[in-house]
Design a protein around this ligand. Structure first.
Ligand SMILES: [Zn+2]
Length: 205
């Protein structure tokens, strides 16, 4: 929910023989329990792990519930620190630098490209499926603005996007933090929005 209105927010889950991995939690606590139950019903497996891609509550709100259910929750150390100072829920396990996880033969790579939407935003790469989960670093191909930029680094954001483009060429899918991903244009659209933002002249009074 954003300002009292429903607003779509994307997460992703991965079903492996060892259980389900969630990338990011739902935006609020009320959505987290039904999601856990639905996933178990649909796939006959439990959620065993959750990785959050930055500290904002559209990624982290459900961490308290997941922690209380002994689901292994992960974030970067940088995200953990920001969660603490900003009083957001925090992951139980925190890694330093880029890392990867393999569950029942399925690998996910965690990459920190530098600041963008937030100082700590991570992207996740699934090498077998060639899916890039961009989180809030990446806008939807149809986004009309950069969204919440309160914690953004507008100067570094394009540099971080370019690093992601160079590192993961030709992804099959790019999943943005919010909105549609079917056109595959999220990375390019984010660069374009950042260029438009940079060319706006500051208003002088
Ligand atoms: Zn955010």
């Amino acid at each position: 929910m954003l300002d009292g209105e429903p607003f779509p927010s994307n997460g992703l889950y991965l079903v492996t023989a060892s259980g389900i991995v969630m990338i990011d939690t739902p935006w609020d606590v009320e959505q987290t329990i039904p999601l856990l139950e639905q996933l178990q019903q649909r796939h006959g497996k439990k959620v065993v792990m959750c990785l959050v891609t930055h500290f904002h509550d559209d990624r982290t709100a459900g961490l308290g519930i997941l922690n209380s259910r002994q689901i292994m929750t992960y974030s970067s150390k940088q995200t953990g620190q920001l969660c603490r100072t900003r009083k957001e829920k925090e992951a139980a396990f925190q890694f330093d630098g880029d890392t990867s996880f393999t569950l029942a033969g399925v690998t996910l790579e965690v990459y920190y490209p530098g600041p963008g939407h937030s100082k700590d935003n991570l992207v996740i790469w699934f090498p077998q499926a060639r899916i890039l989960y961009g989180g809030c670093l990446v806008k939807s191909g149809t986004a009309i603005g950069l969204g919440n930029v309160a914690d953004a680094d507008l100067g570094q954001w394009p540099v971080s996007i370019q690093k992601v483009i160079d590192r993961f060429p030709q992804p099959a899918f790019v999943i943005p933090g919010h909105g549609n991903w079917s056109d595959g244009q999220g990375l390019q659209r984010t660069l374009q929005l950042l260029r438009e933002q940079a060319s706006k002249k500051p208003v002088r009074w």
